[in-house]
Write a protein that binds this ligand. Structure first.
Ligand code: CP3
Length: 348
């Protein structure tokens, strides 16, 4: 595809465990509502229209890159596009979040899902957005592709939106374990194809979001999350072989499974803010890169406070095998100047 030469490969080198002289940084949800330029564009377009229009998705992806000294970009999209590809109707309602009009209620509802998902016809717009963005980035920083993990996507398909307890989805795990596994495997198969095609379209790194790991425990994780996260990593690397790219697994609230997460083959483990970096490093050993984990709310502090907290984080993670990030996505009411303070403190 003849993409422009990459000028900043810092994050890729850190992911592979190479020695570097400075810490790379990117931020989850770096393209989003805390940026006035995003809110302006969003006021003119529906959320999924932006995702489905490569020109718009590309423009939004580049917004934080133009503003800040970041070391990676992440393609603008959403984890729920896979749920749409499976035939479910998902809307993004302002100040509510995602709403799925006809969620899965009983195992017989699985028959409503599309049988063989052709990722090119259903999700080709994501691949087009990735290719366009790779060109427009002009090699400035790498482009990260992403997907939701099976358990997290299953939750949305059953809850029909957000939930405080995930009790409907967890009911499936206890009441219908075999059908749950069927659904998780179906999602796994689509996710592998989807992420392989993202790389073929130009993604230089991949992150998988298991945002709902916090609702499981180790036993449930080992049955309903871990095996699929492992299969996704292996499946993608087997498919891509020497075209493989570094992969990040972010299991929010999954500190109880850190040891397991470090055994699946992912080069990078993303941490939320609830685990101490020193403890995390002890658990995972020296063969993986850690990413994270500043509390997103820390950005409500003053720039001086942010600087101190970042300094402390850098001391704990050390410079090697570390990618700076927040412990979850940036909140919409954060002052962009405070994100700048975080980025500057990492680069200092
Ligand atoms: O990080 C980036 O800049 C890339 C874009 C991105 C979005 N969503 C854009 C978005 C990414 C990587 C995601 C991932 C995502 N989406 C996750 C995993 C990360 C996490 O937060 O745990 C999840 C669970 C979703 C599902 C989702 N999308 C929810 C629950 C919501 C509503 C909550 C919210 O933040 O509003 C969204 C909406 C969403 N996704 C927005 C953006 C910019 C805001 C929607 C809007 O503009 O109306």
């Amino acid at each position: 595809m003849n993409f422009p030469i990459l000028k900043n490969d810092l994050i890729l080198r850190v992911a592979r465990g190479e020695e570097v002289d400075r810490i790379p940084i990117w931020v989850m949800r770096q393209a989003g509502r805390y940026l006035p330029e995003f809110r302006e564009l969003r006021s003119r377009h529906d959320f999924f229209t932006i995702c489905r229009t490569p020109e718009l998705a590309c423009e939004v992806t580049l917004q934080p890159i133009k503003r800040f000294n970041l070391d990676a970009s992440i393609i603008f999209s959403d984890i729920l596009v896979i749920v749409q590809a499976l035939g479910m109707d998902v809307e993004m309602q302002p100040s509510v979040g995602p709403v799925i009009s006809d969620p899965l209620k009983e195992p017989c509802d699985l028959a409503k899902l599309k049988e063989n998902v052709d990722v090119h016809s259903e999700l080709g717009y994501v691949f087009e957005a990735i290719t366009l963005t790779r060109h427009r980035l002009n090699g400035q920083v790498p482009l990260i592709g992403f997907s939701g993990a099976p358990w997290t996507l299953m939750c949305y398909m059953i809850e029909g939106g957000g939930s405080k307890t995930m009790s409907k989805s967890k009911k499936w795990l206890y009441k219908y374990p075999e059908e749950s596994k069927q659904l998780l495997q179906k999602l796994t198969d689509v996710i592998i194809k989807y992420m392989v095609e993202q790389v073929k379209a130009g993604a230089q790194m991949l992150q998988i979001f298991e945002s709902n790991a916090e609702y499981l425990n180790l036993e449930l994780f080992n049955r309903f999350s871990g095996p699929y996260l492992s299969a996704i990593c292996t499946g993608i690397k087997n498919e891509l072989k020497d075209q493989s790219v570094p992969m990040i697994v972010f299991a929010k609230g999954g500190h109880y499974a850190l040891r397991e997460l470090s055994s699946f083959g992912y080069e990078v483990i993303g941490l939320d803010w609830t685990i101490d970096p020193i403890q995390a490093r002890q658990i995972v050993g020296d063969n993986v890169t850690l990413q994270g984990n500043l509390d997103p709310c820390a950005l409500y502090g003053s720039p001086n406070q942010i600087k101190e907290m970042v300094h402390d984080m850098k001391l704990k993670f050390t410079k090697q095998r570390y990618i700076a990030n927040l412990g979850h996505g940036i909140y919409p009411d954060v002052d962009p100047q405070h994100l700048r303070a975080m980025i500057d403190a990492i680069h200092e």
